[in-house]
Design a protein around this ligand. Structure first.
Ligand SMILES: Cc1cc2nc3c(=O)[nH]c(=O)nc-3n(C[C@H](O)[C@H](O)[C@H](O)COP(=O)(O)O)c2cc1C
Length: 304
């Protein structure tokens, strides 16, 4: 018996709950040789901005026990090159592509939303609010509920496409942030983005990353992510995408029990570029072995 693995995420039809996470899967095409994109639920682009960005100086990646730190600095091709050079590939794949993006001001977020809204090949929008607001002294949008809500409201006003808001874990109260984003018009919440961390080279007496701090991801962050997904799932009614340290099908299924409708695979794709496909296949096998006919039966089914 083949279980029903499909998930409807605010109108985005996923053949299974497994997506790839922004910044870890290029624009889809780069990974298509190693991962069958038509075996996963959806893929998410690298974070896009109005202008192309070269990113931070190197070193900008370092391995740590149980994870990695990155300070890529939101390098991306910019919206014009995305449309000219990356969108044609999206047309060739029968899998929803989700555009992740960011801005330095509320107006930039709104302008990006307007531009992406016009692209039929983009099935949904994922707003990365883990970025500094240059008009408010560099405060990260996603660490202040009112600041986050103002971004979401501005984006909501200019699109009917499914709007996913990606939450930062670098906050005291994730539930307050989640509620502010839902009240402002988010259709879906995805969490978590990376945790801020740093690594030090003892002998050089210097930080390892040129940027000094970076975003921490990988297996070590899974317990934090699971806790946040569980807390948010109990507090809001919109679907949740669970992200953080998902390396295998067991991890993904645990996130669904905690309340996620779908999951994103990030760092695991650096170890095995076919990880997302393997996770989707193994999840279906686990359901079959346990006589569960529909993956939706697992969402929030944790017994506490
Ligand atoms: C190298 C790298 C680049 C990333 N770039 C982005 C990005 O552009 N936008 C974004 O929202 N998240 C970005 N992320 C965060 C991931 O999408 C994901 O939320 C995070 O890595 C946690 O998942 P993981 O533990 O499975 O990697 C990036 C992560 C890594 C490792």
């Amino acid at each position: 018996m083949q279980p029903d693995m499909s998930i409807n995420l605010a109108g985005i039809n996923l053949r299974n709950p497994v997506m790839t996470a922004s910044g870890t899967f290029g624009y889809g095409e780069e990974f298509s040789e190693y991962c069958n994109l038509e075996k996963i639920g959806a893929f998410v682009t690298k974070g896009l901005s109005l202008k192309p960005r070269a990113g931070n100086p190197t070193p900008r990646i370092v391995e740590t026990p149980g994870g990695m730190l990155n300070a890529i600095g939101l390098q991306n091709v910019g919206i014009d090159a995305f449309i000219a050079k990356k969108v044609p590939f999206l047309r060739t794949v029968n899998t929803p592509a989700i555009a992740n993006y960011f801005g330095a001001t509320v107006d930039e977020y709104a302008e990006m939303t307007r531009r992406l809204n016009e692209i039929p090949e983009v099935a949904g929008l994922e707003i990365n609010i883990s970025c500094p607001n240059v008009k408010q002294g560099g405060i990260v949008f996603g660490t202040d509920p009112e600041c986050a809500a103002s971004v979401v409201r501005a984006c909501r006003a200019v699109t009917d496409k499914p709007l996913i808001v990606k939450l930062s874990p670098n906050v005291t109260d994730i539930v307050t942030m989640a509620q502010a984003c839902v009240d402002a018009g988010a259709d879906v919440l995805s969490l978590i983005n990376t945790l801020t961390g740093m690594a030090i080279d003892l002998n050089k007496r210097r930080p390892v990353l040129a940027n000094v701090t970076g975003g921490f991801s990988g297996p070590a962050i899974k317990p934090v992510a699971l806790r946040m997904v569980w807390q948010v799932a109990r507090a809001v009614k919109v679907p949740i995408i669970g992200i953080g340290g998902i390396m295998n099908a067991t991890d993904a299924l645990e996130f669904m029990l905690a309340g996620a409708w779908s999951v994103q695979v990030g760092t695991a794709s650096f170890i095995n570029p076919g990880a997302a496909e393997t996770i989707a296949t193994d999840m279906a096998a686990w359901l079959s072995a346990n006589n569960i006919s529909d993956v939706k039966a697992l969402i929030g089914a944790l017994e506490v």
